[in-house]
Design a protein around this ligand. Structure first.
Ligand code: AP5
Ligand code: MG
Length: 222
């Protein structure tokens, strides 16, 4: 796919971003699908899923949660199901190849050009694999900043039957977030791409801040 993009760019002057999700059709030019992507990052229980549902309603994005896609994969009885389940129960990161392919497939199957990637990317390998497979650069990163104490309280009272919502696994999830994901947030911040929100407030207040960010992104055509 990379070679195809490079070739088209050199011959026809197209930007690679114009061929983000490519589908080959009988050797004809790939079908173009130019997309807008926002990465939604934050610790476990920071409210990523909650806020994404609200952004979908108000701004028409499609919401793809890497955690949800992985849970669906387990339920569907995929060949990797047991391995994914074990890693999630340990709060560890599932191999990028699996996660990115699930995201890419979901994007290809969705008839929308605006995506919220919730909980993705979580480490550098996620980013590298995603860029290699899709050539997509995010428009910006929405970062939900929330103290661990508040996140712990939320996760322990969530009651949705998630096997990873127990105190031992929650602590491991926090550690992975600190060690692998926060450095990524800092990297994107150094490129001026992070929009940080205080996520320790009530849902409606958090969403007020988020609305301002997305409204301004819309105005700027970002
Ligand atoms: P994932 O499913 O993404 O879990 P997570 O990141 O730990 O986050 P949660 O879904 O638990 O919380 P959230 O931030 O969405 O908060 P929510 O809105 O639900 O990932 C699970 C696992 O999958 C990972 O540990 C890893 O193993 C694997 N994985 C996922 N992505 C991966 C990737 N990219 N690469 C490799 N592996 C990956 O809110 C939580 C609760 O708080 C709810 O009850 C909600 O009602 C409440 N709440 C929300 N906002 C507020 C608020 N402002 N005030 C009060 N309560 C609130
Ligand atoms: Mg979630």
């Amino acid at each position: 796919m990379g070679n195809c993009c490079a070739l088209l760019k050199s011959i026809m002057g197209f930007a690679t971003e114009d061929f983000i999700i490519q589908e080959e059709h009988d050797g004809r030019l790939p079908k173009q699908k130019k997309v807008k992507v926002v990465f939604v990052l934050g610790g476990p229980g920071s409210g990523k899923g909650t806020v994404c549902a609200k952004i979908v309603e108000q701004f028409g994005y499609s919401h793809l949660s890497s955690g949800e896609l992985l849970r669906k994969e387990i339920k569907a009885g995929s060949e990797h199901g047991t391995m994914i389940q074990n890693m999630m129960n340990e709060g560890k990161l599932v191999p990028s190849d699996i996660t990115v392919r699930l995201i890419q497939k979901a994007m290809q199957e969705t008839d929308n050009d605006k995506f919220l990637l919730d909980g993705f990317p979580r480490d550098e390998e996620n980013v590298r694999t995603f860029e290699k497979l899709t050539r997509i650069e995010p428009d910006f990163i929405l970062f939900l900043d929330c103290p661990e104490e508040e996140m712990t309280k939320r996760l322990l009272s969530r009651n949705q039957g998630r096997e990873d919502d127990n105190i031992e696994t929650i602590k491991k999830r926090f550690r992975v977030f600190q060690e692998s994901t926060l450095p990524l947030v800092n990297y994107y911040a150094s490129k001026g791409k992070v929009r940080k929100v205080d996520a320790a407030r009530p849902v409606e207040d958090v969403f007020e801040s988020v609305k301002t960010i997305f409204s301004s992104a819309n105005e700027q055509g970002a």
